[in-house]
Design a protein around this ligand. Structure first.
Ligand SMILES: [Zn+2]
Length: 454
C-alpha cells in the first residue's frame, strides 16, 4: 500500500513533513538503539565553525558525511554520530578584533586577554541556530545535543595529551626556521595561507658594490629586498658557472657572472667605448673565501661578538644565471637558501629586524617598517658610493590573506613536529586507505606526503 503522489508535489513541504516525522519518532536515536549489538562504526564530525553562516558548499560535505554512516547503519552497524564545533582559530579572533575596534596583537594585550577570549567564546556561537536548522533540513544526522567543542578543557587536554606522546617519542623540537611571517598579526603563516595572498608589486631592487679587500675592485650583487642588506654577512656564487673581472666604462672594476654582463653593464656603453673590458675569468668556486668590506660599519661588531667570520664569498648551486649579477647577497635571518648557506659556512647570524617587521638598533632606521626602509637603505648606499643601480623590479610578492600586510621571511624560534622522521609510515598507511576517487590519495595527498615538512 502506498499514498499516490500528487502531480503538483510541494517538495519543501514534503521534506518538512519527513523531517518532522524523524524528529517526533526519534528515528536517529532509534537507528543507534536498535543496533546496539551491531559492530560499532563511529563517526566524529569534522567540526564546522559556527561563527560563519553555512553556505551551499557545506551542503555537499554534509550530504557525503551523512551518506556513509547511513549506509553503514543500513548494513547493521551501530553508528554513533558525534557532532562537533570548531571554536578556535584566527578567523574568530579577527572578527572580534574588528568588533572591538582593535588593531593587532599589542592592542589586544592592552585590552586584556581574558575579556578578549570571553568575547571570542561568545562570538563562535553566532550562527549555531542557523547551522542546526540547516543540518536538519539537509537530513544530516548527528548528535547535536552532546557535541564536542574544541574550546572545552577536555578537548584541549586531549590535544596536550597527543603533544606529550609526540614529545615522548622525541619528535618535538624547538628549532629556528625561516618562516613567512605577518608582522601585523605577529604570526607565521602556513604555505597554504601564503599561497592565498600573492600580488604583483613593483619595487626597487638594488645592484650593490661590495668592496673587495686588498683590491681596487668590487663584487656586484643584486637583491630584491634592500632592507635585508644591513643584515648581510656573505655573498654567494654558483660554484661551476663562469665569473669574470672586468674594467667597466664607469671607471670601476667589477667581479660578476659572465652570462649576465650585457644585461647589467650593457647600458654603460657609449659610441666611443664598449661597456666593459674583460680582465680575467674564473670558475665560481675559485672565488670562494675572497673577502669584502661590510656595507655598514655597525655589522662587524655583532659578528665579532658571536666569534664568527663573515664577509666572504660562499658557493652554492642555488645561485642561477637568470636574474641579477650571478652573485647573491646572503642574510641568513631572512631566507631559507640564505639560512642553508649560513649553516654550511657557519656564518654569523644578524637579524636587524624586530617581530613587528620594523628595522632594529643599531641601524639608523630603527622603528621603520622594512618595506619603507628600502628607500632609506638605497639612499645611504648611494651616498657611500656603493649603489650601482636601483632598477624597478616587478614580481609576485606574498601578502597576508587576513590583513593584506606584505609578509616577510623571518627567522623565528618555533616548535616543530618531526614529520620527516615518520614519512615512511605515513606513506605506507596512506597506501592502505580506500581513497575515492583514487586520484586524491595517490595524487594530491600522496604528493603532499612525499614532500612532507616538519
Ligand atoms: Zn596579517
Amino acid at each position: 500500500m502506498y499514498d499516490p503522489i500528487s502531480p503538483n508535489v510541494n517538495f519543501v513541504e514534503q521534506e518538512k513533513k519527513i523531517e518532522e516525522f524523524w524528529r517526533e519518532h526519534k528515528i536517529f536515536e532509534k537507528s543507534i538503539e536498535d543496533r546496539k549489538d551491531g559492530t560499532p562504526y563511529v563517526f566524529y564530525d569534522g567540526p564546522p565553525t559556527a561563527n560563519g553562516k553555512p553556505h551551499i558548499g557545506h551542503v555537499l560535505t554534509r550530504v557525503i558525511k551523512d551518506m556513509i554512516p547511513r549506509y553503514r547503519t543500513m548494513k547493521g552497524c551501530m553508528v554513533p554520530r558525534k557532532a562537533g564545533w570548531d571554536t578556535h582559530g584566527l578567523p574568530v579572533e579577527l572578527e572580534v578584533e574588528k568588533m572591538l575596534g582593535l588593531d593587532g596583537k599589542e592592542q589586544i594585550e592592552e585590552y586584556g586577554l581574558e575579556p578578549f577570549i570571553g568575547h571570542c567564546k561568545e562570538s563562535v556561537w553566532k550562527y549555531k541556530g542557523m547551522w542546526e536548522d540547516f543540518s536538519r533540513t539537509v537530513g544530516f544526522w548527528a548528535d547535536m545535543d552532546d557535541p564536542y567543542v574544541t574550546y572545552h578543557n577536555e578537548f584541549i587536554e586531549s590535544e596536550w595529551w597527543a603533544l606529550k606522546q609526540i614529545y615522548e617519542k622525541n619528535l618535538l623540537y624547538k628549532g629556528f626556521k625561516i618562516v613567512p611571517y605577518c608582522p601585523r598579526c605577529g604570526t607565521p603563516l602556513s604555505s597554504h595561507e601564503v599561497a592565498q595572498g600573492y600580488k604583483t608589486v613593483k619595487e626597487r631592487s638594488a645592484v650593490v658594490r661590495f668592496k673587495v679587500v686588498g683590491e681596487d675592485a668590487y663584487f656586484l650583487a643584486w637583491t630584491t629586498t634592500p632592507w635585508t642588506l644591513p643584515s648581510n654577512v656573505a655573498l654567494c656564487v654558483n660554484p661551476v658557472d663562469v665569473y669574470v673581472k672586468v674594467k667597466a666604462a664607469d671607471g670601476f672594476t667589477y667581479y660578476m657572472a659572465e652570462a649576465l654582463l650585457d644585461k647589467v653593464l650593457g647600458k654603460l656603453a657609449t659610441e666611443d667605448a664598449p661597456a666593459y673590458e674583460i680582465l680575467e675569468s674564473y670558475k665560481g668556486i675559485d672565488l670562494e673565501g675572497k673577502e669584502y668590506e661590510p656595507l655598514f660599519s655597525y655589522v662587524k661588531p655583532i659578528c665579532d661578538k658571536q666569534n664568527k667570520k663573515g664577509f666572504f664569498i660562499t658557493a652554492d648551486n642555488y645561485v642561477t644565471m637568470t636574474d641579477g649579477t650571478g652573485i647573491v647577497h646572503i642574510a641568513p635571518a631572512f631566507g631559507e637558501d640564505d639560512a642553508k648557506v649560513g649553516r654550511k659556512y657557519d656564518l654569523p647570524f644578524v637579524q636587524l629586524v624586530d617581530g613587528k617587521g620594523e628595522m632594529a638598533e643599531p641601524t639608523p632606521y630603527a622603528g621603520t617598517f622594512v618595506k619603507d626602509a628600502d628607500k632609506l637603505v638605497l639612499i645611504d648606499l648611494e651616498k657611500a658610493g656603493l649603489l650601482f643601480d636601483a632598477p624597478k623590479f616587478e614580481h609576485e610578492y606574498p601578502h597576508c590573506w587576513r590583513c593584506n600586510t606584505p609578509l616577510i621571511y623571518y627567522a623565528r624560534e618555533s616548535w616543530f613536529i618531526k614529520m620527516t622522521e615518520v614519512k615512511d609510515d605515513l606513506i605506507r598507511n596512506n597506501n592502505t586507505i580506500n581513497w575515492i576517487p583514487e586520484s586524491i590519495g595517490k595524487g594530491r595527498f600522496g604528493d603532499w606526503l612525499q614532500n612532507v615538512q616538519d
